[in-house]
Unconditional design. Structure first.
Ligand SMILES: [Zn+2]
Length: 315
């Protein structure tokens, strides 16, 4: 009898402890689980009169749009709670400034620009025959003939292949800080905008926060770029790695959010042109980028660095 009572008591203690800890855990877990990746801006490179690089039969502006649209579907289907904003869904031209403004106005938390790479063909020439050239000396009136080779110049396609993901160069970080400063309350990414809404832009602390944000965006962009290339490698693509570039990717510096530019393959390489135009290739590329976004989101939302800590620095 006493044994039964003590057994019941033990059960009761276990039960109440677990109820207590459950009750304790639940409310504290909820507000901490901040969603840091809410809106992704997907930018299909080029468009309209800006056709981008040309392959044998396809144009970069079309391939990048097709892949961007598949990526949109994948993200919306596989990453619940994340919205996608497209800079274009049809064959239209927007200047990089307009694209950056759209992305900033959409308050994206991550900017992904899709492009195709291109490498100039190699120029070759070979001797295809000989011809005889006769010259007459004006003084001596003597004629001489000479055999000279006939050259034919031709181009062979560059075999460069693989994927590359770019982030803005570190030297350009000042521009990034300016993008943040000028777009301060209009254009901050959704999380930062909420955190900084009470801040006075003249406040010297604002400068510190902007430079911290710039650093944070750089780190995040670099991490995301490396993750994308890792995912491409998993699908068997040759990776040319994540790189920094200061030229030709102005839009990456102009958006107030972590940003990458993905070169999904070489349109100038006949094999790769086929791959990036194929249904299989486009699906694989979109799936690899989606997996990278999932990993990026997971790391962002489970990392020890609390984004909310910025508000605490206010005092
Ligand atoms: Zn391009």
């Amino acid at each position: 009898m006493t044994r039964r009572i003590s057994a019941a008591l033990v059960m009761l203690i276990i039960l109440s402890v677990s109820i207590f800890s459950f009750k304790q855990k639940e409310p504290s877990q909820q507000p901490q689980q901040k969603q840091k990746l809410r809106r992704i801006v997907i930018d299909a490179g080029h468009g309209g009169g800006d056709v981008g690089a040309l392959g044998k039969y396809s144009k970069e502006k079309n391939v990048s749009l097709e892949v961007a649209l598949i990526l949109q579907q994948y993200v919306e289907k596989e990453i619940p709670g994340v919205e996608v904003y497209m800079t274009r869904t049809t064959d239209v031209y927007d200047s990089p400034i307009e694209k950056a403004n759209k992305a900033n106005a959409a308050k994206g938390d991550l900017f992904i620009s899709i492009h195709c790479n291109s490498a100039a063909p190699h120029k070759r020439s070979e001797i295809v025959g000989y011809k005889t050239v006769t010259k007459k000396n004006k003084k001596t009136k003597k004629t001489t003939s000479k055999k000279v080779p006939i050259y034919k110049t031709y181009y062979i396609s560059n075999q460069a292949k693989g994927t590359e993901t770019f982030i803005w160069a570190t030297g350009k970080s000042d521009q990034k800080a300016n993008a943040l400063k000028n777009h301060e309350d209009l254009y901050m990414d959704s999380t930062t905008a909420a955190e900084l809404k009470d801040f006075n832009p003249e406040d010297p602390e604002m400068e510190i926060i902007l430079s911290l944000k710039t650093k944070q965006y750089f780190d995040r962009s670099a991490r995301f770029a490396m993750t994308i290339e890792e995912e491409f490698i998993k699908t068997g693509r040759p990776s040319r790695q994540a790189k920094q570039r200061g030229k030709g990717i102005w839009v990456l510096q102009a958006v107030a959010m972590p940003a990458v530019l993905i070169e999904i393959g070489f349109i100038s390489n006949p094999d790769e042109e086929d791959y990036i135009n194929s249904e299989k290739g486009q699906n694989e590329i979109a799936a690899a980028i989606t997996n990278a976004i999932k990993r990026y989101k997971y790391t962002l939302e489970t990392s020890g660095i609390k984004q909310g800590s910025m508000s605490a620095e206010k005092k």
